[in-house]
Design a protein around this ligand. Structure first.
Ligand SMILES: NC(=O)c1ccc[n+]([C@@H]2O[C@H](COP(=O)([O-])OP(=O)(O)OC[C@H]3O[C@@H](n4cnc5c(N)ncnc54)[C@H](O)[C@@H]3O)[C@@H](O)[C@H]2O)c1
Length: 273
């Protein structure tokens, strides 16, 4: 399919990552439809604005009309400090079911699902191994991402939807703590990862770790080489500055998910294998 024929829906387009994708891929495809519950700046060339709420299947289905690929970047992006389960439940559980169901009803071909490394944050920090793809959530937020991956896998197997789970690391302009020297993804690499996901040849279901070319990376993307994702940034450029800051919490330290693991943790971290 030529780039001019591609019709993309960016859901969560008003958010931090959504805005970077909007800007980074502006003008690349025949259509970039932008949807959110929050207001957005007016549509530019090749863009359309739609209002779509993860809690409302008809609004999602309408926003997906004629769309080939949905880029999901919507919902609750962190573990809330209080009442985490109650806050995560609507958009990240019910809403994610609605996302995939609307995609099925609208005959969308592909969904890029914004998952998170917190879906597997209780793995220990070690050399890259495919084992770290096994779910091991470190929070209710992480559980919601495991749920989304499972829902996507079911829609891929049962309905033939192509689903790419993006296990996004820590997205920001620059790493700000020692753990982020491993899990950071730069805005430029994030946009490139989404571009690769949109343009990759047909597949069924796959998981890719959304991480820059960090020297201290924990993760292995060799199984998804077909995506052609080649990150260019490396958190090591900030290592001296970051390591001069505060040391990590001793409970957070052994685990990939960092402070998400330490939050409300009971006992000694050595009990977690
Ligand atoms: N930022 C990170 O470091 C990071 C890391 C891992 C995963 N992620 C995931 O990436 C995605 C985007 O993260 P972000 O940092 O850009 O978050 P963000 O909060 O900046 O953006 C999320 C967007 O979703 C929209 N939204 C919320 N509820 C909605 C609903 N019911 N219907 C439609 N839209 C709704 C919000 O209005 C917002 O614009 C999230 O799913 C997050 O879990 C982010």
């Amino acid at each position: 399919m030529s780039l001019a024929d591609r019709r993309i829906l960016l859901l969560g387009a008003a958010g931090g990552i959504g805005s970077a994708i909007r800007e980074g891929l502006a003008g690349r495809y025949g259509l970039m439809r932008l949807a959110d519950i929050a207001p957005m700046t007016p549509a530019g060339r090749g863009e359309e604005i739609a209002h779509a709420d993860l809690l409302d299947i008809p609004s999602l289905t309408a926003a997906m009309a004629g769309i080939d690929c949905v880029v999901h970047m919507a919902g609750v992006p962190v573990e809330p400090e209080t009442n985490a389960w109650e806050q995560v439940l609507p958009a990240n559980i019910v809403g994610v079911h609605n996302l995939f169901e609307a995609a099925r009803r609208a005959a969308v071909k592909r969904v890029l699902f914004a998952s998170s490394h917190h879906a597997a944050g209780f793995h220990r920090r070690e050399a890259p191994t495919p084992q770290t793809l096994v779910p091991r959530p470190d929070s209710y937020y992480g559980v919601s991402k495991v749920f989304g991956e499972a829902m996507g896998r079911m829609y891929a197997d049962k309905f033939g939807l192509q689903v790419l789970a993006l296990r996004i690391g820590a997205y920001r302009e620059r790493p700000s703590d020692p753990r982020q020297l491993a899990v950071w993804i730069s805005p430029r690499d994030m946009v490139e990862l989404v571009r690769c996901g949109i343009e990759a040849p047909d597949f069924g279901y796959a998981t890719v770790c959304g991480v820059s070319a960090n020297t201290r990376n924990f993760w292995d993307n060799s199984a998804v080489a077909f995506l052609g994702y080649a990150p260019r940034d490396n958190a090591e450029a900030w290592a001296a500055e970051v390591l001069a800051g505060a040391p990590e919490d001793p409970v957070a330290l052994p685990f990939q998910g960092g402070w998400y693991c330490a939050k409300d943790f009971v006992g000694d971290p050595s009990r977690v294998d």
